[in-house]
Design a protein around this ligand. Structure first.
Ligand SMILES: [Zn+2]
Length: 154
């Protein structure tokens, strides 16, 4: 059995109009709604709004999960580690300088990148009609919920 993804062409036609993935991710990186680019994506630091206050796009369907921390660690690591190594090679400071420099800088960069990366991830999912962003998927039962078990308990 082959898995069909949200916007897989059926008989040569896309099920939904294609969305610009890069534009959606850029809007996300600005922490704006991937659909209109105007409304704010977050209601708190990392809490995605249920829907856009400008265009009404439902945003609660995202499933960013562990992807944003993973990508943030990847980005911050690729900034910090070369700088740390170059500092060690050319300046060779005492170890306490490394401690008071790289740990706070890592934390600050993480707080800077994490919401932007999460928002870009949500934008990417929106552009690909992933999860509930695909109107057709909303009609199907959630595969992560055991409906038979729920019925037995009630
Ligand atoms: Zn919007």
């Amino acid at each position: 059995m082959t898995k069909t993804y949200s916007n897989t062409p059926l008989n040569g036609n896309l099920r939904h109009p294609p969305r610009d993935k890069m534009e959606a991710m850029k809007r996300g990186a600005r922490q704006k709604c991937p659909n209109c680019g105007e409304g704010d994506l977050f209601s708190a630091f990392l809490k995605v709004k249920d829907e856009c206050s400008t265009c009404g796009e439902e945003l609660h369907y995202h499933r960013a999960d562990d992807a944003p921390p993973y990508f943030t660690i990847f980005i911050v690591g690729h900034i910090i580690i070369p700088l740390m190594l170059l500092t060690e090679i050319y300046i060779y400071p005492p170890i306490w300088v490394h401690t008071v420099t790289w740990i706070p800088l890592s934390v600050l960069l993480t707080f800077y990148f994490l919401p932007r990366v999460k928002a870009a991830t949500v934008g990417f999912q929106w552009a690909l009609y992933m999860h509930g962003f695909d109107p057709d998927e909303r009609l199907k039962p959630d595969p992560h919920i055991d409906h038979e078990m729920l019925n037995e308990k009630t």
